[in-house]
Design a protein around this ligand. Sequence first.
Ligand code: NAD
Length: 512
Amino acid sequence: MSLNIQKNGEQEVEQLLITLLGDSRFGSWVAGEMALGKGETIHLTNPATGQHFMSYQDAGEAIVQTAADAAMVAQKLWWAKTATARGQIMWACGAKIRQVAEEVAQLESISAGKPIRDCRVEVAKVADMFEYYGGWCDKMTGQVIPVPTSHLNYTRHEPYGVVTQITPWNAPVFTGGWQIAPAICAGNAVLLKPSELTPLSTTVLVKLIEEAGVPKGLVNVINGLGHTTGAAAIANPATKKVVFVGSPKTGGIIAAASAQRVIPCVLELGGKSANIVFNDGDLDRAVVGAQAAVFAAAGQSCVSGSRLLVQRGVYAEMVERLASATSKIPVGLPWLDDTMVGPINNLTQYQHINSLVNQGVAEGAVVASGGCRADIHGGEEGYFYRPTVLADVDNAMAVAQEEIFGPVVSVIPFDDEDEAVAIANASRFGLAGAAWTADVGRAHRMAAQVNAGTFWVNSYKAINVMSPFGGFGESGYGRSSGYEGLLEYTQTKSVWVETARDAAIQFGYSIE
Ligand code: NAD
């Protein structure tokens, strides 16, 4: 059922925060309570109306320190529980999230500008994540290694202790759940800094998991700016690992700050993924798949299929059909049920999209659909951009090389398989890719040759918490999701136990 939002959503957000957080004041969530920041004031703007709807203050170093102290205490308590008990609590988190899923989805939609239909799916996926990793808690077995001595040698997967997670604005609650669940499954405590632009849903998520039994202080949300609060969390001696999801530019800063402290980091960064359509592909499915690949979340998705490579035999037909279908996509206010494409999250990002499209046109790209602002009744001041198809793009153009992170697809022609691979790989990124073809051999050749952490055949954007996800090249390193994502939150210890009665004598030292 669509929501009825008055003006800029201020009242609705306040009411949702009272229901979900028990407080309409907003700050950080530390050791199970609200901690109001004293730093710079951060103003939140409703992306659909362009109107300010609430403000809060940057957490800063003092709140980070309180959170780090709480996290160190809670982590020891959490790790001292049995694996079964931790798993049961995590499973209960899933149930708790499902109980208030609609309210969390509404909060996300109004405050982040994401279509409510997408928010409902993402909140349900967060519940899945806690259940999936809850199931792993008592299955994190080590190995017994048949060493060539009389030792029993076995491995243990141990937590780092406290990990800092830093997340972006495009899928706030989803990304928060995505990283919190494996971290606590592995026995860690968390300092999580969401984007300063979209802090609400992540904060609510942590309150909910505490209500399900996660100890207070195990997961702390420190809300504020990157260069102050985020940097303070990485610099804090309690932090033993950093997991960053965001832009490549900030990723470099995070990697450098982590290296300075000699702590490891995982980087989940941007992309410019190639969605490749061959002459023998099913065009009906490819036209739909190409739209789902790039227009979902108004293109504000790291795996977005923003480069559409089309073989020349079907190029003209593909562009024509895609442009026609794209012009019919319902763009609208995010809280309405039938909206498929909502606003861009913030003005800076909107301007970035607009300027890259203009640059593309100046470099010779042809606008086949969109290419301008979308006029939305009730969202006249909002950041709406029409789903856009740019045809005749050359892979060297900025629209093919820069991450637009908006509802814009650059369509590039190619002649044969080798050229498709060459174009797909002529990118500094390597997050995802896809091929649409009826030739099974070609499908596997493409999967093997395209540099990408995820590759789909006759599909796009199928992701699941069970399957590893991450980047090649400047799309980052390390993995999230699945067992590999879980291992990122553990460090392996090798334990040697001597079983031979006269073993000490082997060392050759005197016993007296
Ligand atoms: P961003 O890099 O600007 O910000 C991400 C986070 O980093 C924010 O929380 C920000 O406050 C923080 N930050 C900024 N400077 C910092 C500093 N000096 N120290 C510590 N923290 C700092 O990214 P964004 O604009 O919020 O998000 C969009 C980007 O995220 C896109 O590039 C997108 O592709 C990427 N992304 C990647 C994935 C993935 O899984 N690979 C998923 C979602 C988004």
